[in-house]
Design a binder for this molecule. Structure first.
Ligand code: CAO
Length: 556
């Protein structure tokens, strides 16, 4: 037994070709000519077969690498007989692939890498443009190959190397590039045709300094590149691979279940499109570039119209014609409702929510609040439970700064806030608004009562300025005046937590010896579990509930 390094063979001059699939793994027994890797350049993909049988000792490449001739693919343990040969002998003889033969066009330019068609100068205009009849090049011996895509249209201005047609034989497809830049004057074939070497492809008007030629057609016989089929190997070297580097592009993608040529797969890679999600509209459901473009176009349109959330991968809710079930009226969403729709969807889809529940005993708080009623009236403010909730939340944020953070946009940091601004959800005729009260920890109950009432009024009157709604660290959503025993509010990202307040009720509470009637306020806290852990929430929530249960703590 001996080991050999299997290198990348001659790639017809191509350099730094992407590895799009590694077909074997370490420890695997492989046959001679078994595909080792699939490489893909701009216009062609190629499978590199093993020059001999053996056992894969180790891989030297991975998907995404860029390889050139001579780079090591893998280490192979081979029989002693084979192993007598030096490692270099393992290099499969690359066929004279199209990619290796430059094309002398009649304009004198070189086409270095593709199976450029033959061109025949048929008419010329001295000193100006000339017409060239472009013909199907050598197809490596294949005859009557299907035209599965015509990539240009009459009138198109194309550049040298642009794909003209895609041909497909039983096992491979190949794109035929243009030998020169110019304008397409006429096309001589159509999808579904069968073509062989020398068949007319199209007529190109080539701009340039051509000298006058006789008007009758005369094949310019350029050194036509070869869309080479498998070639026998040179003597003393292993048999050339059945699918050795050539312009013949394997029609399936790495996974084997996508039917697409290399140009389509390259476009899909550039746009980040998963081809397995697409349906091909080409012959035999082959994926075309237009399929990729239409897919992206539709996706962008759906995201823009809110039909689907960007990146969520969640299928949209199907449209229903409700009129078929009875009378309906379609109402336009207000601007605020649309903003709420987008913000809530974004938060719900981005934030991993956890919601914790607890009840605060606000019996004493409510007694105190009732005792302050006359005082409040004198001051011209209404003292609802909200200022107490704001004060208790601010105290809890101070005690548990882990709640007063936002995730940094770079995904690597937390932003710790040193200020305490709290938003309060306000139900308005136009929809939900969340004005923010600044420096809540520095304000007293009267000030908070006045400010929250003023902001709620501004919200209902549609008078809030953008700045009034910015900079919140935490939000309180109080439905207490309306009712309910509990709800799970959605975090108002980029904040990381929100408190939901439901309706206080007198409930029997066991005091150790007997049930006593207590005024219990149901509270929930939803938090972003990326930023906050359950234990942090337990501490925060316990502090908050105990501060509401004994408001003397708010003085500390
Ligand atoms: N339990 C029992 N009663 C409560 C209570 C609670 N949790 N919270 C408030 N109340 C009482 C108040 O004490 C007041 O009664 P009194 O007049 O007898 O004192 C009454 O309900 C009305 O209060 P209010 O609504 O005028 O004032 P507030 O400070 O409690 O609330 C505000 C202000 C702006 C939060 C509220 O008006 C509001 O808009 N809430 C809706 C918030 C919302 O929509 N959240 C959902 C967001 S997600 O869709």
């Amino acid at each position: 037994m001996a080991t050999e390094i299997i290198p990348v063979p001659d790639l017809g001059g191509a350099e730094k070709v992407d590895v799009i699939e590694v077909c074997v793994e370490a420890g695997q027994l492989i046959e001679a000519e078994q595909s080792l890797v699939v490489l893909e350049s701009d216009k062609a993909s190629m499978e590199i077969p093993s020059p001999k049988a053996g056992k894969v000792i180790s891989l030297k490449v991975k998907e995404g690498d860029a390889l050139s001739e001579g780079d090591a693919i893998l280490e192979l343990e081979v029989d002693a007989v084979d192993g007598d040969q030096p490692a270099e002998a393992a290099i499969p003889e690359a066929p004279a692939a199209a990619t290796s033969v430059p094309v002398e066009t009649s304009a004198g330019s070189a086409q270095p890498s593709q199976p450029a068609p033959e061109s025949t100068t048929s008419t010329t205009a001295a000193g100006a443009s000339r017409e060239e009849l472009v013909k199907v090049p050598d197809l490596g011996g294949s005859e009557a190959v299907d035209v599965i895509e015509v990539c240009v249209a009459v009138g198109d201005s194309i550049t040298e190397g642009d794909s003209l047609v895609v041909l497909e034989s039983d096992k491979a497809s190949m794109e035929i590039p243009s030998p020169a830049a110019g304008k397409v004057l006429s096309i001589k074939l159509a999808e579904g045709d069968k073509v062989s070497e020398g068949d007319e492809l199209l007529v190109l008007e080539v701009a340039g300094s051509a000298t006058a030629e006789p008007s009758q057609s005369a094949a310019s016989e350029p050194a036509a590149p070869k869309a080479q089929a498998p070639q026998p190997a040179a003597e003393s070297k292993p048999a050339a691979p059945a699918s050795a580097p050539s312009t013949a592009a394997e029609v399936s993608a790495g996974s084997g279940d996508v039917y697409a040529g290399p140009a389509v797969r390259k476009l899909a890679r550039q746009l980040g499109v998963d081809l397995t999600k697409l349906k091909g509209t080409g012959p035999r459901n082959r994926l075309m570039k237009d399929d990729v473009r239409s897919y992206v176009k539709k996706l962008v349109a759906d995201v823009n119209s809110g039909k689907v959330s960007s990146g969520s991968g969640i299928p949209p809710i199907p449209a229903v014609d409700f009129a078929q079930f009875g009378e309906i009226e379609t109402l336009k969403l207000s601007k605020i409702a649309k903003i709420t729709r987008d913000n809530m969807s974004r938060s719900w889809l981005n934030v991993p929510h956890v919601t914790q529940f607890d009840d605060a005993d606000i019996t004493e708080l409510e007694e105190f609040r009732a005792s302050m009623k006359a005082d409040a009236e004198r001051r011209g403010v209404k003292l609802t439970p909200l200022p107490f909730l704001l004060k208790a939340a601010a105290a809890a944020l101070e005690a548990e700064p882990s709640f007063n953070v936002s995730l940094h946009a770079d995904g690597e940091h937390l932003v710790q806030k040193k200020y305490i601004h709290i938003g309060m959800a306000v139900d308005t005729p136009n929809g939900l608004m969340v004005p923010v009260i600044r420096d809540v920890n520095k304000k007293g109950l009267w000030e908070l009562a006045a400010e929250s009432a003023e902001l709620a009024k501004k919200a209902r009157d549609g008078k809030l300025m953008p700045r009034d709604m910015q900079g919140g660290c935490f939000t309180i959503s109080s439905l207490g005046a309306i009712g309910g025993t509990g709800f799970t509010p959605i975090v108002n990202a980029p904040e990381v937590a929100i408190m939901g307040v439901s309706k206080a009720q007198i409930k029997p509470v066991w005091n150790g010896t007997e049930f006593v009637p207590r005024n219990m306020l149901p509270l929930t806290v939803s938090y972003d579990h990326r930023a906050i852990n359950g234990a942090d929430c337990g501490r925060f929530f316990t502090y908050l509930v105990s501060a509401l249960s004994d408001i003397r703590k708010l003085l500390l």
